[in-house]
Design a protein around this ligand. Structure first.
Ligand SMILES: [Zn+2]
Length: 66
């Protein structure tokens, strides 16, 4: 639970990390080839397609401390 919202969190392995992303926790880049996490809302208020589009990539340590 995070801010009253249920999140689905999936690990992204280094081999799967084929794109660079901006981490919403620290605002810095997650480089290609760096294992990290992807999270999205589980409650589906916006619909599944919108939830998938709104997935966020986080550094592992940023997700833990946020
Ligand atoms: Zn981060």
């Amino acid at each position: 639970m995070r801010r009253g919202v249920e999140w689905i969190v999936q690990p992204v392995s280094a081999a799967q990390a084929q794109k660079a992303y901006t981490c919403p926790g620290c605002g810095r880049q997650i480089d290609i080839g760096v294992a990290h996490l992807v999270a999205w809302r589980a409650d589906g208020v916006l619909g599944d397609a919108a939830d998938l589009a709104a997935r966020r990539h986080w550094h592992q340590h940023c997700w833990k401390v946020a």
